[in-house]
Design a protein around this ligand. Sequence first.
Ligand SMILES: CC(C)(COP(=O)(O)OP(=O)(O)OC[C@H]1O[C@@H](n2cnc3c(N)ncnc32)[C@H](O)[C@@H]1OP(=O)(O)O)[C@@H](O)C(=O)NCCC(=O)NCCS
Length: 150
Amino acid sequence: MIHLRSFRKHDLPRLYELDQSCFAADTAYSMADLRHFLSTPRSVAWVAEGEGGVVGFLILERVRIDGIMVGHLITIDVDGAARRLGVGGLLLGAAETHLRGEGITRLTLEVSEENPGALAFYRRFGFAATGHIPNYYAGRTTALVMEKEL
Ligand SMILES: CC(C)(COP(=O)(O)OP(=O)(O)OC[C@H]1O[C@@H](n2cnc3c(N)ncnc32)[C@H](O)[C@@H]1OP(=O)(O)O)[C@@H](O)C(=O)NCCC(=O)NCCS
């Protein structure tokens, strides 16, 4: 049985391990990056925990774009062995509920155009591509910008 809870500091090593396993070495976050994202007041993070420990997490930040507060998904990572079980959907749902509670009505993210699984996941949850950023990942892979009205 998977449950969600807020990130706690002692989760950091496991989150780093998960991120390293989810992304290529040149795109995964460093420990310093993760520590930064998880400690800034504009961020909020949840972990998904099963019997054997943490199997996924999501980091969200709130940013001001054109004078309006918007949610920006920094990352969502689910253990390869725990995918297609609804964990990602649970984490995304928590983030969306949190944003709505703050009166924020838009969620934006970047995703590699070479990540078909994540693209399918975001489309399944109602995100649409609104732009692209060339050379975004490791200085060469294009990112799609995807957005959803909450
Ligand atoms: C993207 C990711 C977070 C999805 O997590 P998940 O727990 O597997 O997602 P869910 O089980 O909630 O999937 C919900 C639905 O999304 C769609 N979906 C998810 N992964 C998919 C895939 N690989 N291919 C096609 N559709 C997919 C399906 O419609 C799925 O429903 P279904 O399993 O009933 O068909 C996970 O694959 C992951 O961590 N990938 C590596 C890290 C990553 O790329 N993160 C995104 C960075 S931008």
